[in-house]
Design a protein around this ligand. Structure first.
Ligand code: TRP
Length: 448
């Protein structure tokens, strides 16, 4: 491991982690989950989940990574707990499944960039989505998106990932911020802000089972937790870096991007469509927004800006989804990085083809990740950090940190008790909802 690459700067690490975190989850899935789950009420639960559950778990991944200086699979063996490698294996499988459908949605984004240039979605937004979301066009666009991802990963950590995200993350901020300012001038925007920002506590109380699991799943997904990415990225960090400080920066920036996306999406929806779409299906974001863009003067240009940002965000995430398995296989076998990235990327691309042919299958991949793999991975990670490897990892958290040892003590107990209880509950609700959707369970047993 002596020739292991490291980040050329601390900012490089933070940007790469932010690049991984900021993605379709923030700009596509977050506003529409919020829209279909009660608006501001969902937002409140989501923010609590990000800061109270996501942030501590992220620190958990950081200590595993920096302590072991290994990728997610080998980290556990290197820390002396080889049997826990299965958690790393779960992380790799989750990355594969996620990338398979993530790339299909990335392909949709490519098609919407084309549509913004040609004006393809201006006439009938629903028909355009139908044409590009499933079938040969979707397969082709998915292949193109995977090719871009593979190309960047093949270039390696510092050359590819660090350089690409240094460019993309600031671009996302500038473009999204500009869009948010622009749409604030629309007549009717105020109703959008009201729906987005005034929480109705009654909505939360009435529908805990409906709001909490998606909010928690979204919180972990958006922070790229449970997939070993943060383990892999922090393994390249030095001991003088403050993990809590870096983690806070990453969580705050990631949250800001999602919040700003809401400030673009809600005013547009209310000013143009007059309300939020009530079903939050995979296509809603695309049809509702494209429909809105086609009614605004200059909408094609706004659309182009929006979808280009979405592409940057999606790419900076997809490269990190492919990086984890690539680093693992390349580290372990000694194979060439480029060949490894191409081989694994091609495999994932094939696994994604069914989801490019049928949006129902895409929904299944999505649900399996959100409701099963993700909570399972995060639960096992926190049990490992809290109960199996506790001493060395709590010590690791303090290295380079000015937060004090009181912080790491609270963190450790939080990871031991609060996180497993919260995620365990979410996991049960998630499994229940999968069984109901699959028709195996007729009706929810708990909190129906
Ligand atoms: N955080 C990404 C997003 O919001 C998606 C994601 C989830 C991810 N897990 C990941 C990206 C692991 C990279 C690695 O879009």
């Amino acid at each position: 491991m002596s020739d292991r690459e490291t980040w050329t700067s601390r900012v490089g690490f933070i940007l790469a982690a932010v690049g991984s975190a900021v993605g379709l989850g923030n700009i596509w899935s977050f506003p529409f989950q919020t829209a279909s789950n009660g608006g501001a009420a969902f937002l409140v639960v989501y923010l609590c989940a990000v800061f109270l559950l996501g942030f501590p778990v992220m620190l958990g991944e950081f200590v595993i990574g920096r302590r072991s200086e290994r990728n997610a699979v080998e980290a556990f063996r290197s820390l002396g707990f080889g049997e826990w490698s299965v958690v790393g294996g779960l992380a790799v499988v989750s990355s594969f499944v996620t990338l398979a459908f993530y790339s299909v949605v990335g392909g949709w984004v490519l098609s919407y960039i084309v549509g913004s240039v040609t004006g393809g979605y201006l006439g009938d937004a629903g028909a355009y989505f139908g044409a590009v979301s499933a079938g040969p066009i979707a397969v082709g666009a998915h292949a193109a998106f995977m090719a871009l991802t593979i190309g960047i990963v093949a270039l390696g950590v510092t050359d590819g990932i660090e350089r690409a995200t240094k460019l993309m993350v600031p671009a996302i901020f500038v473009l999204m911020g500009g869009l948010a300012v622009w749409v604030s001038t629309f007549e009717g925007a105020a109703a959008g802000y009201a729906y987005y920002l005034s929480p109705d506590v009654g909505v939360i109380a009435d529908n805990i089972a409906g709001i909490v699991p998606p909010a928690v799943g979204q919180a972990f997904f958006t922070l790229s937790l449970g997939f070993g990415v943060m383990i892999a990225y922090s393994s390249y960090l030095g001991r003088d870096d403050s993990l809590p400080a870096d983690g806070s920066a990453i969580v705050v920036v990631n949250t800001l991007v999602a919040l700003i996306a809401g400030f673009v999406v809600f005013p547009v929806l209310f000013a143009i469509e007059g309300s939020v779409p009530d079903s939050g299906g995979a296509g809603t974001a695309f049809t509702a927004l494209a429909g809105a863009f086609s009614q605004i003067p200059g909408g094609q240009l706004i659309g182009l800006g929006f979808f280009v940002v979405l592409l940057f965000a999606a790419l900076s995430s997809s490269i990190s989804l492919l990086e984890v398995p690539t680093a693992f296989v390349a580290d372990r076998t000694g194979y060439d990085r480029t060949a490894t990235a191409v081989g694994l990327g091609a495999f994932v691309a094939l696994a994604g083809v069914p989801t490019a042919l049928d949006t129902g299958i895409l929904g299944w991949y999505n649900d399996i990740v959100f409701e099963l793999l993700l909570p399972l991975a995060v639960l096992s990670l926190s049990l490992f950090v809290g109960w199996v490897a506790d001493d060395q990892l709590a010590v690791e958290l303090n290295l380079g940190s000015s937060f004090g040892s009181g912080f790491s003590t609270v963190w450790l107990w939080w990871i031991r008790i609060v996180i497993p209880v919260a995620i365990g509950g979410t996991l049960l609700l998630g499994i229940q909802s999968l069984l109901v959707k699959a028709g195996i369970l007729a009706a929810p047993i708990v909190l129906g």
